[in-house]
Design a protein around this ligand. Structure first.
Ligand SMILES: *Cc1c(COP(=O)(O)O)cnc(C)c1O
Length: 232
């Protein structure tokens, strides 16, 4: 049952927050519903969840009109510049801005639509070749450039940690992202107020919370394993 899963995940979030001396109200659970049908999302809503994450633009824009308008949607997957026009104005937060050029495209579209867009900068902390995201040493410069875009607001940083058997191995990754956030905060870039840290998935969200996550993106623990063989 999704409702039981949700209760379990919330309990674990609370326990992890407690261990770290944090307030669980400062941690937002984003239910990652990618590949899962609308009726499963509805079940999750009935259990009290309102923030959902999707990683593909097309799937997201198909699901949004089928569900209550008051939900909060998060784009968590790689965004191509040619898809920006479909997403601006539709989501609460884009977690996966990985180039200045992408932020610039978001700015153009936001200006056109006269709206504001909240983003996170995705950081490839582990420097994995297969992954997108800024390298740690490039984030500050990117921040300064994106700060010039009047309709785009950087709210914080996001990372996708490697898949590891023992989630403890990712603690150092989360700690590095937190350090980077604190470091950039201390440099006080004009127009940038970064406070959010989107980090932690089913395998490692409790550790991410201990290291300062303000948003965790949890899919499998809520909705069960995804079947990519059927749904591409
Ligand atoms: C799929 C996905 C998640 C959720 O992964 P689970 O392991 O199922 O919790 C989180 N973040 C991103 C960016 C994803 O693509």
């Amino acid at each position: 049952m999704i409702s039981d899963n949700l209760i379990d995940v919330r309990k674990r979030i609370e326990a992890a927050a407690l261990r770290a001396g944090r307030d669980q109200g400062d941690i937002k659970l984003i239910a990652v519903s990618k590949t899962k049908p609308v009726d499963m999302i509805e079940e999750c809503i009935r259990a009290g969840q309102y923030a959902f994450g999707e990683n593909r633009v097309q799937e997201l824009v198909e699901k949004i009109p089928q569900l209550p308008a008051e939900l909060e949607w998060h784009l968590i997957g790689h965004l191509q510049k040619n898809k920006v026009k479909y997403i601006v104005g539709q989501v609460e937060l884009i977690h996966s801005v990985d180039t200045v050029a992408l932020a610039e495209q978001i700015q153009r579209e936001a200006q056109k639509k006269k709206c504001d867009v909240n983003i996170l900068l995705e950081v490839n902390v582990a420097m994995e070749e297969t992954k997108t995201g800024f390298y740690v040493e490039d984030v500050y410069n990117a921040c300064c450039q994106i700060a010039e875009f009047s309709n785009v607001h950087i709210k914080g940083l996001m990372t996708v940690a490697p898949f590891v058997k023992n989630p403890e191995e990712n603690r150092v990754i989360f700690r590095k992202l937190k350090h980077l956030l604190v470091d950039i905060q201390s440099k006080k870039v004009d127009n940038v107020h970064m406070t959010e840290l989107s980090m932690g998935m089913t395998n490692d969200y409790e550790i991410a919370i201990e290291e300062g996550a303000t948003m965790v993106r949890v899919g499998t623990a809520l909705f069960g394993a995804r079947n990519y063989a059927v749904k591409k």
